[in-house]
Unconditional design. Sequence first.
Length: 386
Amino acid sequence: MLSNVVASQIDIHKKTGGVVPEVASRAHVEQILPVIEEALKKANVSLGKIDYIAVTHAPGLIGSLLVGVNTAKTLSAVLDKPLLPINHLEGHIYANFINQNQDLAGLQRIKPDSNPENPNKILINHGSEFKFPAIVLLVSGGHTSLILMRDHGKYKTLGETLDDAAGEAFDKVARVLELPYPGGPNISRMAEEYRRKFPISNFQFPIKSQIQNPKMGDGNFFPRSMLDSGNFNFSFSGLKTAVLYKWQEETVGATLRGRPHSGGHIGPPLQSGQNNNLREMFCYEFEEAVVDILATKTLSAAKRYRAKTVSICGGVAANKRLREEISLRIQKELPNTLYLIPNTKFCGDNAAMVATCASYQVNKKTKKQKNKKSNLDFEVMSNKEL
């Protein structure tokens, strides 16, 4: 990897508390050429030295995808370079293979620790260690799926969310708690603050159905939807609603009891230290519920399909608590299974993962296929399976 330039739109979307498709596509138009120029400059190569061009064509927001695809098609035609359309979901999976057979300087690489009291020892993936079959948890703002990967390019979706994706639920709950966009990092930050103030052993498997009378603050309060469904599908809508109702109950109740009004969609931001603790506790309880659901389903799939590797990818895969919890459970339940995760900087959307995915596709092509002129008739798609 010679360069990897990312133009973030977080500051733009903070103003509206989420992504507005028209605003996003307009920002793509403004940034696409400067990003390409900067990437070439940092890599110290010219366009003429590029062998292939890869572009995300699905799934995603149509307006944004069109900007990238039309730019890539134009470059392909003008330079007479082969063009590879890449599935965005597959790109996330290949974040696990970035820097394969290259210098790992800058990548944290730590073997899992056998001590369950120290959950911070996890392995940042080096693609050459990836073994099949693998169970991949793809978890982002728009997608939550469990995927069986039997080899490069061979996928079977075992389960997916029936409503909100995990990242989407983070953002919606953040709005309920009046936290800024993006919701995931801010909820995690407050949840971590709660753990710091009220240390609780992380080495536990808090399955809701096994807990008697859970209380707010013990990590087991909110429902674990579909945890015992017998399949690998997810649902986060009910959890999100439970947070909303409980938050309204707590904040409205505070007003009725003469305490400072706080509140969700029904009052000004929280001010008092007591109410800040309440918000931190809600963040903690919500994050624990999401992590429990994701980790339990992932481990269950790994056992059923006798996975040699378990990996996570997508924006939510940067969540520290999720990375640690799956590591802990693998150490306890599947000690011979490899646990591989991308560096956090490659969990969000980035060009390196798309290029890496494309490189594996190129390697599978025959010489005749490699020399074949690209078909530029492919379209962008808002939805597409692996």
